[in-house]
Design a protein around this ligand. Structure first.
Ligand SMILES: [Zn+2]
Length: 129
């Protein structure tokens, strides 16, 4: 289950983002996950919970923003649908090789955290989007 090592990397990036703003407890992390990244969003969320449940960030949420794969035909100048059951890299209309223009994302988009020692302090937010 490679989702666990990916969750560890997301956690590392998220903690670094919080450290940029001081310190605090992670509340919610939003990641963009593309269809072609070979990641199961459910497994990733599960790995996140397993990773954080015994630490200072227990109860934090990993929110997955799913990005469907997109492929573009330069000749037709339009996105082409994916054929069922296969990943044809040729345009179904004209046979031109298609360019994959989306679906490979794996990015930490946003980190929301509760700052330490905050007395009704604003919630921290780090936005890479
Ligand atoms: Zn075409």
């Amino acid at each position: 289950m490679h989702e666990l090592s990916i969750a560890e990397e997301i956690y590392r990036v998220s903690r670094a983002a919080v450290a940029d703003h001081g310190s605090g407890r992670l509340e919610r992390v939003t990641v963009a996950v593309g269809e072609l990244s070979a990641i199961e969003p459910d497994l990733l969320s599960f790995a996140w919970q397993a990773l954080t449940e015994s630490g200072p960030d227990a109860g934090s949420t990993l929110e997955v923003e799913w990005h469907a794969a997109r492929q573009f035909c330069a000749a037709c100048k339009s996105d082409k649908p994916r054929s069922d059951g296969s990943w044809l890299r040729l345009c179904p209309d004209c046979g031109t090789p298609l360019a994959v223009t989306g679906g490979m994302e794996l990015d930490v988009m946003r980190v929301t955290f509760e700052p330490d020692g905050g007395d009704g302090a604003e919630k921290g937010e780090h936005d890479d989007g």
